[in-house]
Design a protein. Sequence first.
Length: 257
Amino acid sequence: MHKQHSTEDICQLGRGVIEQELDQARLLLDSLTTSFAEACKAILNCEGKVIITGIGKSGHIGKKIAATFASTGSPAFFVHPAEALHGDLGMARQGDVVILISNSGEANEFKMMVPLLKRQKITTIGVTANLNSFLAKECDITLDIAAKKEACPLGLAPTASATNTLLLGDAIGITVMTMREFDQNDFALSHPAGSLGSRLLTNVGQLLDDQHKSAHCSPNATLQDAVSVMCQTGYGLIAIAEQGNLRGVFTDGDLRR
């Protein structure tokens, strides 16, 4: 039988998790130093692609970071380490930047990947909580996720470490976006189906069909002709145009008045 918990007990447990993660997140503020600036410059100046890789929870966070980069002007995609070692590493070329995420910094897959990347002179950025790890020592740039303690009471489930990694990824993505002077028009190009994309990229001509285009008459048309056009189109409004220039509009409200 599970121990019975009151509503307040349950909410307090949840608050405790959030408070612990917030405490660990604040540690990130002091970890953003020279290496953070170097990472941002490397991504800004990247002539190829930004490739992000990680396994387990790090992989899930890496996918989100890659999506953030791609939508804010830094072409990026996620590659699973196992797939990378079975052919997908061929996607990486000189001029690319590879970001490797591992809380421990000792992922076996990375111990095989990093030497191969270095051989191709590909810039590597290691994201880890262990600054004495293989990843920290072997990557060109090392970023500290600064999470010293997980919010999990067992200290096992990736919680604060995953949150800090996500925050760090957002910090890099948005910082580079700002440095790139990426504006709302650029953003709309990568979000054409969203409300912003529709607002900025869609013009009136794209919305017009043949029926719209026939909803007009000349200033010399009779009232009966105008009403006939209005009834045929069914829009309750027609344009009054002469030689391609709009002279006014005529609506069913005008007719009633």
